[in-house]
Design a protein around this ligand. Structure first.
Ligand code: C2E
Ligand code: CA
Ligand code: CA
Ligand code: CA
Length: 278
């Protein structure tokens, strides 16, 4: 499936963002977006490859811009990171996501949440304090929250990032390395991180069954991760063929259109209830 980039989507190219005029208007648009309720969340199931039960929901932000229409996160998250806007976005995602998780759990749905955080969140705001306060506010146990962090976010300021990750870990929050394989991949460094999960980027997963290089990368990543006591989740699983290969390789979890696209909260709830009954 090709990435949706053309029709129907606003065309914020990187170049546009860089030019001051557009950059400024995007920045003020982003600032307004939180206050004016233009963001909403979708949830994508993370399933166990052993029995296809749903382990968790990854929270994915969506922006409905009043005039430009739907703007995909790949086009505004990097800009939000550059400008510092990401901090208020992350606060909003945590608050809204955890409130939804609390509602699901109160309704009897046993679920956990995976939430993406960025470099700036790790080094420029007191993420452990923020997470602690929001877990308390929603009455959610720390073990039901997993934060996804990229390698590059950690490598930008390793000392600071490690301090935040350690504090979150001590609180009982789960931690996951996101987009694994796309960054610097310092394996020596990974050993020092208090993470429980490693997510293999979909660029290595999507054609796993057709490309021997991808297959070898994924196989060795799973071996290494298991050796270090980490669970492995594969992103971007679109076919039964890839899912079967991953299961053979011993991969623990998977996400992708094969199982479900990201869904609105009510659709996710219905999906999870149906999956449980199946
Ligand atoms: P990611 O963390 O790697 O998230 C996985 C992306 O893959 C999502 O794109 C998801 O919709 C997409 N995806 C899931 N299954 C499949 C599949 O089978 N095939 C294909 N082709 N794609 C699949 P999305 O939602 O557009 O998000 C893009 C990126 O934006 C995310 O990549 C993440 O880095 C960032 N992002 C999204 N929401 C948030 C957020 O709340 N906070 C932060 N900091 N970043 C976010
Ligand atoms: Ca992610
Ligand atoms: Ca990815
Ligand atoms: Ca990511």
């Amino acid at each position: 499936v090709a990435k949706q980039t053309s029709s129907g989507y606003a065309a914020f190219t990187q170049k546009m963002v860089r030019t001051t005029e557009h950059g400024l208007s995007l920045l003020s648009d982003l600032r307004r977006a939180v206050d004016e309720n233009q963001f909403y969340l979708q949830y994508q199931p993370k399933i166990s490859l052993a029995d296809r039960s749903c382990l968790s929901a990854e929270v994915l932000i969506r922006w409905r811009h009043p005039t430009r229409g739907f703007v995909p996160p790949d086009q505004f998250i990097p800009f939000a990171e550059q400008t510092g806007c990401i901090k208020s976005i992350t606060r909003w995602v945590l608050a809204r996501g955890l409130a939804q998780l609390a509602a699901w759990r109160a309704a009897g749905l046993e679920m956990s949440l995976n939430i993406n955080v960025s470099t700036r969140d790790l080094v420029q705001q007191d993420l452990p304090a923020l997470v602690r306060a929001q877990l308390l506010a929603e009455g959610v146990a720390a073990r039901h929250l997993c934060l996804e962090v990229t390698e590059s976010a950690i490598m930008e300021d390793p000392a600071h990032a490690l301090a935040s990750l350690n504090a979150l870990h001590e609180m009982g929050v789960q931690l996951s390395i996101d987009d694994f394989g796309t960054g610097y991949s310092s394996l020596a460094y990974l050993k020092k991180l208090p993470v429980q999960e490693l997510k293999i980027d979909r660029s290595f997963v999507m054609n796993l069954d057709l490309d021997d290089n991808d297959l070898n990368i994924v196989r060795s990543t799973i071996g290494m991760a298991h050796h270090m006591g980490l669970k492995v989740v594969a992103e971007g699983v679109e076919t039964e063929s890839v899912a079967a290969q991953l299961k053979t390789l011993g991969c623990d979890g998977a996400q992708g259109y094969l199982f479900s696209r990201p869904l609105g909260a009510d659709d996710f709830h219905a999906w999870a209830v149906a999956a449980r009954a199946a």
